[in-house]
Design a protein around this ligand. Structure first.
Ligand SMILES: NC(=O)c1ccc[n+]([C@@H]2O[C@H](COP(=O)([O-])OP(=O)(O)OC[C@H]3O[C@@H](n4cnc5c(N)ncnc54)[C@H](OP(=O)(O)O)[C@@H]3O)[C@@H](O)[C@H]2O)c1
Length: 314
């Protein structure tokens, strides 16, 4: 991978892990949304057309800051995020890595549907290739929908492996998986990244139930990734909600470091493990800068412990 040559300080051959030189930035152009709304899954305004000029500015800011990995999917929009990325950044900077996801699709009512049959995955892959104007996709996650999926995890995974063998995908990754699925996958193919719900509050609880993103033992999955040098991309990394309220360890750390709660939430994730690569979503250029600056905040061990413990307290 060309990116490896750009990161002489890297201690891993994993092309996705990024601590200093590569930070994955996700892009879904989501306007501020009601993170704690009970109807979050259905009606949150995940639209990208609201302010395309600002969305393009977000993308330009990402690249100009030196952030070189973007997380997207053809079904974001649907079809809108990929189009904006290609329109704004193509021809892409040489070292830009674009990660995508296959396995689900968006319904007209903003709900989600399974799209992980072999023929669905192939169709999604072709859409990603076309809309991103790529000959090969850098990193593609298989987004597992859990036991409710109408075909088995391995059937979907084998279809992803076939797409990789055909040269349409460079690196395979997984999303929304437990240790069991990770181990099944690793027995069949290399996996460069796992993208699961995870934040200062861990990877379970209300948010995970609400978004159908529950996996068994989220911390065990993260630790397994760390042990194997697999990048761990926490989604909803800013799901900080009540944990940033005045009087909490997170708020106190923000005051001590002269930082915002969002920055502390990201610094906490970076401190959690060297394989963690947060993918905060934002529609605002100024938040891109703020989130990027969070990598310079060094939390103490006590702060990491207290923030995590308070966020997970019942
Ligand atoms: N694999 C999966 O199943 C899956 C599921 C969901 C998401 N994802 C990925 O994960 C990414 C992140 O998830 P997400 O965007 O839903 O959740 P998130 O990153 O936890 O939160 C995004 C929200 O935080 C706000 N925000 C961003 N930076 C901020 C800052 N510095 N200060 C205050 N607010 C800030 C954003 O509003 P502004 O726009 O105002 O900044 C937006 O409302 C997505 O973009 C997507 O790529 C993957």
């Amino acid at each position: 991978m060309p990116m490896l040559e750009k990161n002489p300080e890297s201690t891993t051959s994993n092309p996705v892990i990024s601590r200093v030189h590569w930070v994955i930035r996700s892009f879904e152009t989501i306007p501020s949304m009601p993170r704690r709304s009970k109807t979050f899954h259905r009606d949150c305004p995940r639209i990208s057309t609201e302010d395309p000029a600002r969305a393009r500015e977000v993308l330009r800011r990402v690249v100009s800051l030196g952030i070189n990995l973007i997380d997207t999917a053809w079904y974001y929009g649907p079809h809108v995020s990929n189009r904006l990325i290609a329109e704004t950044l193509h021809p892409y900077p040489k070292d830009l890595v674009i990660a995508t996801k296959l396995g689900g699709k968006r319904l007209p009512d903003k709900g989600w549907a399974f799209f992980g049959r072999p023929e669905d995955l192939r169709e999604g892959c072709e859409i990603d290739l076309r809309s991103l104007r790529r000959d090969v996709l850098d990193v593609v996650h298989f987004r597992y929908m859990g036991k409710s999926a109408p075909v088995s995890f391995t059937e979907s995974l084998d279809a992803m492996i076939a797409l990789k063998n055909e040269g349409k995908i460079r690196h395979l990754a997984l999303s929304n998986v437990g240790l069991k699925e990770l181990e099944i996958a690793l027995a069949r193919t290399p996996i460069v990244a796992v993208q699961n719900l995870y934040s200062v509050a861990g990877g379970g609880g209300h948010m995970a139930r609400l978004t159908h993103a529950e996996v068994e033992s989220p911390d065990v999955v993260l630790d397994a990734c760390a042990a194997r040098g697999i990048a761990f991309l926490p989604f909803f990394p800013l799901g900080i909600g009540a944990h940033a309220q005045p009087g909490t360890p997170l708020a106190a750390a923000a005051t001590r470091h002269g930082a915002t709660p969002a920055q502390i939430a990201l610094a906490w994730l970076l401190a959690r493990s060297p394989v963690v690569v947060p993918i905060p979503g934002t529609s605002r250029p100024e938040h891109v800068e703020e989130n990027w600056a969070a990598r310079n905040i060094a939390l103490t061990q006590d702060e990491v412990r207290d923030i995590g413990a308070a966020a997970r307290a019942p």
